[in-house]
Design a protein around this ligand. Structure first.
Ligand code: FEO
Ligand code: CA
Ligand code: CA
Ligand code: CA
Length: 505
């Protein structure tokens, strides 16, 4: 029997139990390989891979020639934040603060598979778009008082999840940036220079990365890019904070054949927020929405123009009836029917400790629709076997793969029940729709993030983020996962998982 014949509704693996092992645990027949761990040199000039790997973008090396190589690619790896104890940067010296900024941002890394083994290739396009890289502001907030007049800013930080555009660029999402505010000693950042969606071209080191202020400023979790019926692009985005909202950005222009024109598409468009009460997308446009012009805090107007709306998109969203939800983490679009799946990870404020996954269906299955329906796809909890859904990825059959992040659950008993963070498979249709099958378990104190498939479905890349994070000291490590030879310090890393039969043609 070809296991791929049942691929639509059934897991292509034998599900595994929860585990607390300090390892990557996989079903029989699957293997993993460490790839691009923190500290590994990956450029000709000696740059090293950053810390706390998150979203991974897979860009086939032959993509711009119309190819879709599954053995040769530029990977983009988000590096969300650092651990000063593991970096050795606890003392707040200028050199240490620079070292931390260099370990955040995005690594662009060419990788190749030969003889079943992946390795990093020192390609001239490899680079670290790090916390000190020159990045351009675009859109309505560029050059305004909000950013102290800036048109160029230093660095991208808090790089959580993200997305890939059809024209082959990365959208990296600046999420938890509140802790980086500029201090008297010159460390940190101008607050409003971070907290955006930043677009990076892995194929073109000469193209200055762009912060897309038209997509609003909030705790950007992700950016799920999908075409609309009339050829524009819609981008679904979550604001990962308790009682925050789900957004959709729609480009003004349409995707064409000119790649350099496509790269400017996200500079101009409309931002909407989801109202789950009446199933509508509410436009966040100061000139077109009177509620924004009239919104007040006490007797003071909240906004004086569109730049104000975008700079505090969360306040604008709530002012127009955007629905606060239970921490939107990743969002992905079903490849067969266009349904939009949203991971609402948990919200201790109203006792939602386990989270759930919501399915949103646009009217007419058109991503430019202004109304939608929605339902809960799966609830987390002890009987469901999972809690705190975070990153999502679909396979081409429409099965959903999800990784958990239980790190915010404190002493909640689900942590004991659940073991280390895990990856689950869910059929979205058929007799087992919404049922969770455990595929993988990560090492101690780690979160698996950024899952992405090679185009042939034979390799699944997953980031192992913050292994050993709860270690009290370097002498009392909770994990030694992916430690360098001669060291016991755990390293965040990518793993390449093999053993899949690949997609059926
Ligand atoms: Fe960085 Fe909301 O996860
Ligand atoms: Ca996340
Ligand atoms: Ca995802
Ligand atoms: Ca999370």
């Amino acid at each position: 029997v070809d296991p791929r014949d049942n691929a639509r509704y059934y897991p292509p693996f034998r599900p595994i139990e929860a585990s607390r092992a300090d390892d990557m645990t996989l079903p029989p027949g699957f293997r993993y390989q460490i790839l691009a761990p923190w500290g590994e040199e990956f450029t000709e000039d000696g740059r090293t891979i950053g810390f706390n790997h998150d979203f991974v973008g897979y860009f086939p090396a032959d993509m711009l020639e119309g190819g879709h190589s599954s053995t040769d690619a530029y990977l983009t790896i988000n590096h969300e934040y650092v651990n000063a104890m593991f970096l050795g940067t606890e003392e707040r010296t200028p050199a240490n603060m620079e070292k931390e900024k260099r370990a955040m941002g995005v690594s662009v890394v060419r990788v190749r598979q030969q003889g079943g083994k992946w390795s990093v290739v020192k390609d001239p396009k490899n680079r670290a778009v790090d916390g000190l890289y020159d990045i351009e502001l675009t859109g309505p907030v560029r050059g305004t008082d909000h950013v102290k007049g800036a048109t160029m800013v230093k660095g991208t930080v808090g790089n959580c999840s993200g997305g890939q555009t059809p024209w082959g660029t990365l959208l990296t999402c600046e999420e938890n940036v509140d802790g980086y505010t500029k201090a008297w000693d010159g460390s940190g950042y101008e607050a409003m220079h971070q907290g955006w969606v930043t677009e990076i071209d892995p194929f073109d080191p000469e193209w200055t990365p762009k912060k897309r202020t038209g997509m609003g400023r909030f705790r950007h979790e992700n950016a799920a890019v999908v075409p609309t019926a009339d050829g524009r692009v819609a981008v679904y985005m979550g604001d990962d904070m308790q009682d925050s909202c789900v957004y959709k950005f729609i480009s003004r222009g349409t995707v064409g054949t000119d790649r350099s024109a496509n790269r400017d598409l996200l500079e101009d468009g409309d931002l909407y927020v989801a109202n789950f009460g009446n199933g509508s997308w509410v436009l966040l446009d100061y000139d077109k929405n009177a509620k924004l012009r009239e919104a007040k805090n006490g007797d003071k107007l909240l906004f004086a123009g569109q730049a104000d709306v975008l700079a505090d998109a969360r306040a604008a969203a709530l002012a127009v009836g955007g629905t606060p939800v239970d921490r939107p983490e990743d969002i992905e679009v079903h490849p067969l029917n266009g349904d939009v799946y949203i991971a609402l990870t948990n919200n201790s404020k109203h006792g939602n400790y386990f989270g759930h996954i919501v399915k949103l269906t646009e009217k007419g299955h058109d991503h430019s629709a202004e109304t939608f329906g929605w339902d809960v796809f799966a609830y987390g909890g002890p009987s469901a076997g999972f809690a705190s859904p975070d990153n999502l990825v679909f396979d081409p059959y429409g099965n959903l793969w999800m990784v958990t992040d239980n790190s915010d659950l404190g002493s909640n008993p689900i942590k004991d029940f659940h073991g280390n963070n895990a990856m689950f498979f869910f059929p979205t249709e058929g007799p087992n729709a919404g049922k969770a099958y455990r595929f993988a378990v990560g090492p101690v104190d780690a979160e698996m993030t950024g899952p992405v498939w090679s185009p042939d479905g034979k390799t699944l890349f997953v980031s192992i983020q913050h292994p050993g994070e709860d270690s009290e000291s370097l002498d009392q490590l909770t994990s030694n996962f992916a430690a360098a030879p001669g060291s016991r310090v755990p390293r965040p890393t990518l793993v390449a998982i093999s053993g899949f039969p690949g997609w059926k043609a």
